[in-house]
Ligand binder design. Structure first.
Ligand SMILES: CC(C)(COP(=O)(O)OP(=O)(O)OC[C@H]1O[C@@H](n2cnc3c(N)ncnc32)[C@H](O)[C@@H]1OP(=O)(O)O)[C@@H](O)C(=O)NCCC(=O)NCCS
Length: 189
């Protein structure tokens, strides 16, 4: 298993029926702020909500650097016709020597319930297995996040365990148990 030698030559833009998966750009800052500052959207992520545009600019820079410094791939999901940002998908915590990565995904709440994640996620997973030489992709999901549980189960992820007090909720100020899910490359065959 080898990482594609051209993985970081140019940002891997991927098109689906309705979406374009592309590199982040400064024009995404408004939508990104709406996502990162919204409790309903971010409640299961264990990170503090964004409170100003400076934090969003930092997040955009970090995402760009992540690619240029060859640390990982994070896509913006955009509408194919208008190029407006709809959400994002990342492979955080890529342990390339172990062929493992976590997966994280968020849609702006205006776009929930429209099947976008179901459309794009399998293509990103295929990319992870084929181009990033992943063997195992993990998702950590709060038991209350029904939409996310249903999404990964439909795609074929298996629930492995309940991780005790794994996730921290900065608003409620408490630790929550979370499910660990995994998708192995061979499940996709
Ligand atoms: C997780 C997320 C990406 C899913 O978005 P989506 O693709 O629009 O999901 P949907 O609204 O279509 O819901 C997926 C499924 O769960 C079902 N569902 C959603 N909310 C539900 C609820 N409260 N109770 C029961 N079922 C529910 C939907 O009916 C759908 O089922 P179906 O596929 O059988 O039709 C989106 O909710 C999101 O961005 N959430 C905030 C960020 C987040 O939590 N990310 C995941 C972190 S692990």
């Amino acid at each position: 298993m080898k990482i594609a030698p051209d993985l970081f030559d140019s940002f891997p833009v991927i098109e689906t029926e309705r979406c374009r998966l592309r590199q982040v750009k400064d024009e995404d800052s408004k939508t990104l702020f709406e996502i990162l500052s919204d409790y309903e959207t971010m409640r299961y992520f264990g990170i503090k909500l964004a409170t100003d545009s400076v934090e969003v600019s930092k997040s955009i820079e970090m995402r760009k650097k992540g690619f240029t410094e060859k640390r990982g791939i994070g896509w913006i999901i955009a509408d194919k016709q208008t190029d407006k940002m709809l959400g994002l998908i990342n492979f955080p915590f890529w342990l390339r020597q172990f062929f493992i990565s976590r997966l994280s995904y968020i849609l702006h709440k205006d776009n929930w319930g429209k099947g976008y994640m179901n459309e794009v996620l399998p293509i990103c997973l295929k990319f992870g297995f084929e181009k990033m030489a992943l063997h195992r992709i993990e998702a950590v999901i709060d038991p209350g996040n029904i939409a996310s549980l249903k999404l990964v189960e439909k795609i074929g992820f298996k629930r492995e365990c309940l991780m005790l007090e794994q996730g921290y909720d900065f608003i409620q100020k408490k630790f929550n148990d979370t499910y660990l899910y995994c998708l192995l490359k061979r499940y996709m065959n």
